[in-house]
Write a protein that binds this ligand. Sequence first.
Ligand code: PHB
Length: 358
Amino acid sequence: MSDLFSPLPLGAHTLKNRIVMAPLTRCRATRDAVPTALMADYYGQRAGAGLILSEATCISPQGLGYPMTPGIWNGEQVAGWERVTRTVHDRGGRIFCQLWHVGRISHPDLQPGGALPVAPSALKPTGEVHTYTGPKPYVTPRALDTSELPDIVHQYRVAALNAIAAGFDGVEVHGANGYLLDEFLRDGSNHRNDRYGGSVENRARLLLEVVEAVCQAVGPGRVGVRLSPIQPFNDMQDSDPETTFSRVVEWLNAFGLAYLHVTRLGMDNPGAAGPMFDLHGLRQLWKGVYMTNHAYTRDTALATVAEGKADLVAFGALYIANPDLDRRLAQNTPLNTPDPATFYIGGEKGYTDYPSLA
Ligand code: PHB
């Protein structure tokens, strides 16, 4: 039987346990998207995780959609991340960089030159975006021209190389949660009629091109992919998510990736993202290391790994509040409670001041 607390070979690395810190937006970078010393403290405190996934990190200025989130497209950002990865490595941890382009989940206020956000199709998401001057309704994005897509792939490739230069142990391609690559995948947000729209094969093309480019750049043993098949957040839906994501997982098998990361986000709102299906089918199709996420407790995580339903379990909110979560789970001690009021406010409060066990 597999054990949540036992080591796991993962691509180019061996993880000391199967407990993962999920990618978590915390809005503590500078306004120029540069990681700060405080961020190094925060990630360093959490180095007991078998693997840390960085907060979503933008591959280009066009990829930005939230205030104070970090990037990985220039030298200043690489230097900032170097301080983070060094701190994590000094404490025996491993850390991958999650590569992010928000697509339509942005606003001209956050875009270079006040440009429109870009997307597969000119379809405005419902809801509001956080700008530096408060919440504003989303705008109708500009549909990317076919001729622009090679440059998007190039941006992912450069960002992956930058991540390795910054000392990250690998990268996670963010193909989830209604951001650019997911917007291409699901037919609610992709109404294109070029070779990037229509069939599942066409809708998956951009993700697969990005994964191929990133694998070529840094090696498949340093690349994971995150998907969110049943997640309605950011106005997402698909008419047949089971078919869409089963095929995507079959195609991803070809790369020999470090892992596949599938979030169960959306399970609390069944059917809102399209017909519901059992994500366990994706685990069975996948030929490599499988990571699950969302709303796991100590008991459900232990059982999930013991029963072989996943190899790795990523914890989000619990890692915000418990820097030593791995130890608390191992010793079965009480957990600190996360405070949502401080998730995105900046500064140390609710960020680096949650207590560890004595
Ligand atoms: C967020 O900033 O709210 C956010 C970022 C990335 C995700 C999900 C949510 O995948």
